[in-house]
Design a protein around this ligand. Structure first.
Ligand code: GLU
Length: 300
């Protein structure tokens, strides 16, 4: 199977930036003969809002963004993430880390290390030292990255290359971390096309590295990415709920129907307005605008 996916966090209604990315995921998948899967990234229970998964799906469908197959909820897949960690552990590629954010920030690091990269403090701890640290705080699990750099192929941006550090696989509360869950789910559900907002472009090389370690280099090479430009507010910042009427429900209160929102998103992509099928017939990734789109809120 060959599939794309849209993977929102069910933490509230989708805003027009999320909806535009979903529309693009649909266009990329359908225009390349792929299914489009829906996956809820609900690993952080404290951010999950009851009823929001259903509302998100209804909003997507109101625009014509339809999905195939079973809907995946990451909160129900802990056993699969644990299996993946066991596979990596068996290869000696996992270690416990007890560092706080502060300690990571303040640790001495090599002069060429990228900002924010984990400096490797806990990589070489002795068993005795680990025992002592465990009594202070529970450990997170980190990947022992075997490369310093990895790359991903992006339809819009060309090759994305970025440093790979020893990133977190399992948080210290036992929940799978974002990169691990994405890589396991994408692979196990047959995803070989990842379309998402371009603020996540830097995670693609890390995810490719992990996919290669878990499932082989051919599985990693088979994925294509498209990191699509963000929607921003008048000040040029990533769109957020505080930017006014940015969800279908809020726009509806201004008398703006889902079809009108769909049409304005399509216009912003240089695509014909109307049912998505017409946009699909005209879709060519080469003609997509490459910069962020500035959202103009309707007057109240
Ligand atoms: N859940 C992420 C988001 O809502 C998307 C993650 C991904 O597409 O890999 O921004």
């Amino acid at each position: 199977m060959s599939a794309g996916r849209y993977a929102p966090s069910p933490s509230g209604d989708l805003h027009v930036g999320n909806l535009r990315t979903a529309l693009l995921a649909w266009l990329f998948a359908r225009s390349s003969g792929r299914d489009l899967l829906l996956r809820y990234e609900d690993l952080d229970a404290s951010r999950t809002v009851a009823g929001s998964a259903e509302r998100q799906r209804a909003d997507l469908e109101a625009l014509g963004v339809t999905f195939n197959g079973e809907v995946v909820f990451q909160s129900q897949r802990k056993h699969l993430y644990d299996d993946a960690v066991a596979t990596l552990s068996a290869q000696g590629l996992v270690y416990e880390c007890y560092c706080t954010r502060r300690e990571i920030q303040d640790a001495p690091r090599a002069p060429h290390a990228p900002p924010g990269a984990y400096p490797g403090t806990c990589r070489g701890l002795s068993e005795q030292e680990r025992k002592r640290r465990r009594t202070e705080r529970p450990g997170a699990l980190r990947l022992k990255a075997v490369r310093e750099q990895a790359s991903a192929h992006d339809r819009l941006r060309g090759t994305i290359a970025a440093p790979v550090d020893d990133f977190v696989l399992v948080r210290n509360d036992g929940a799978a971390a974002y990169n691990l869950a994405v890589v396991v789910d994408d692979y196990l559900t047959g995803v070989d096309q990842v379309v998402r907002a371009d603020d996540l472009a830097d995670s693609a090389p890390r995810q490719q590295h992990l996919r290669g370690l878990l499932y082989g280099e051919a599985a990693a090479a088979s994925v294509e990415y498209a990191h699509v430009p963000l929607v921003v507010n008048q000040a040029g910042q990533r769109l957020a709920k505080r930017d006014g009427a940015v969800t279908l429900a809020a726009l509806g209160e201004h008398g703006i129907r889902p079809e009108a929102v769909r049409d304005s998103l399509l216009r912003s992509l240089n695509l014909p307005q109307g049912p998505l099928q017409d946009a699909l017939d005209a879709f060519d990734p080469r003609n997509l605008p490459r910069g962020p789109w500035v959202w103009q809120s309707p007057h109240s």
